[in-house]
Write a protein that binds this ligand. Structure first.
Ligand code: FAD
Length: 406
């Protein structure tokens, strides 16, 4: 049977960063990553693709290029976990033994939960920035729409990048404001949740843009069906089902834990990898850690969160491998750069319990206000930091937090 000292499931933002972070500390460590995809995506860039700011190819690189040199890449998907035996079984039936398991396969987009959606995605005015191949279609629709109705939807939590549904909407409105179409376009936001953004400090700035663009807000309105050919969307609301005609609709799909995690002994109640929210160590299995979108921690599921989590998991897992206990705590940091217009961003950065955790002092960037410098960060700096810093294990601006008493 195959055997590796450290086995990582998922070569996304979290998995690659954790491997690099561990290798920075122990260069000879034996690490394997199980990852079936030939491509690695910078998903935060997809909002910019849908807004016509980035071209899609800049958000994608061959997986081989981001895989750390000293990591063994296993090009398969993981299918099941046997934590009592310290083994993982792959979809081709191979079994791999590990000393330390790190689980980071992300969250699954459940397109099939919305009736009629899968067959009409990418045509009939139905799009989503949540897929690499569809984000360019968002931009096609937006720049060609001159009048009519545009719908933007947000499913129930949890989702990755909870701000992304409205980012797509604001960037679209910005385009229509500039080309003069906005007065002829009826824009509606349909949010399954009850608030515009979960951390209230950012809501006033967002509301200014909702008013400026004339957006109709609908809370407690959950998309349940899309009829592409007749361009109708059906929402479940407290008052019953509501059907709206549309010229374009930007859909954010419901999101759930991957089945092979949810159906395993590793899962907690909601199906995600059941870890301590501070140390990221599994609550039952001391030689398993979980991070990224697949983790049970109640942080905002973002690449920014993974950037902070990776070094914490790295130092904690190394400590456990060397016979010790976890030595660092994660504070729940996540970030959501809300693209309220082309050229300005409301830079939400917060941790557990909605505590604001700004990276910069207020006089440099006030995260609760739309700022040009925040746009520069999102459009120029962060993609570079992602590819050249985070994925390579350079922990600029990140210090693993010391253990705290809780
Ligand atoms: P992912 O990066 O999704 O990686 C998961 C990996 O696991 C994938 O490579 C996948 O192929 C692999 N995998 C899946 N199943 C298996 C299996 N069975 N076996 C092995 N491997 C498997 N974050 C921000 O910080 N800022 C933003 O502005 C932002 N905007 C976003 C906008 C959009 C439209 C989207 C979609 C996301 C956005 N995010 C943003 C969120 C961010 O992309 C994710 O939170 C981040 O990628 C999570 O990292 P991850 O490694 O947990 O998951």
């Amino acid at each position: 049977a195959l055997s590796h000292k450290v086995l990582i499931i998922g070569g996304g933002a979290a998995g690659i960063s954790t491997a690099s972070s561990m290798l920075k500390r122990e260069p000879m460590l034996d690490i394997a990553i199980v990852e079936p995809s030939p491509s690695h995506y910078y998903q935060p860039g997809w909002t910019m693709v849908g807004g016509g700011v980035f071209k899609a190819p800049v958000t994608c690189r061959p997986m081989a290029d981001v895989m750390p040199d000293r990591v063994k890449w296993i090009r398969e998907s993981a299918a099941s976990f046997q934590p009592a035996n310290n083994t993982v079984t792959l979809s081709d039936g191979t079994t791999i033994t590990y000393e330390m398991l790190i689980v980071a396969p992300g969250i699954r987009l459940a397109w099939e939960k919305i009736e009629g959606l899968a067959e009409t995605l990418g045509k009939n005015g139905v799009t989503s920035n949540y897929r690499f191949d569809l984000a360019p279609y968002t931009w096609d629709l937006v720049r060609n729409l001159k009048s009519g109705r545009a719908l933007f939807t947000q499913p129930p939590m949890p989702i990755k990048c909870a701000g992304a549904p409205q980012k797509a909407m604001y960037l679209s409105c910005d385009t229509w404001e500039h080309n003069g179409a906005l007065p002829n376009i009826d824009v509606e936001f349909h949010n399954a949740g009850g608030v515009l953004f979960g951390v209230s400090a950012y809501v006033p700035a967002l509301m200014e843009y909702v008013d400026r663009y004339g957006i109709g807000l609908n809370f407690g309105s959950t998309l349940v069906a899309v009829d592409g050919p007749s361009r109708k969307a059906t929402f479940k609301t407290e008052a019953g089902e509501v059907t709206r005609d549309f010229d374009m609709i930007h859909v954010v799909p419901p999101q759930i834990a991957p089945e092979f995690v949810a159906d395993s002994p590793l899962a907690g109640d909601a199906g995600f990898v059941d870890v301590d929210k501070f140390t990221m160590r599994h609550v039952k299995y001391p030689n398993i850690f979980g991070l990224g979108d697949a983790g049970s921690m109640p942080n905002a599921k973002t690449a920014a969160a993974a950037r902070k989590q990776a070094p914490i998991v790295a130092v904690n897992a190394l400590s456990v491998l060397n016979g010790g206990e976890p030595v660092a705590d994660y504070d729940g940091y996540g970030s959501c750069p809300l693209t309220v217009e082309k050229g300005r961003i409301v830079l939400a950065e917060f941790g557990y319990d909605g505590k604001l955790l700004p990276t910069f002092p207020k006089w440099i960037i006030d995260g609760t206000r739309p700022r040009r410098l925040s746009w520069l960060l999102k459009s120029e700096v962060l993609p570079w930091v992602y590819w050249n810093g985070m994925l390579k294990g350079h922990e600029w601006l990140v210090k693993p937090h010391e253990k705290q008493d809780h």
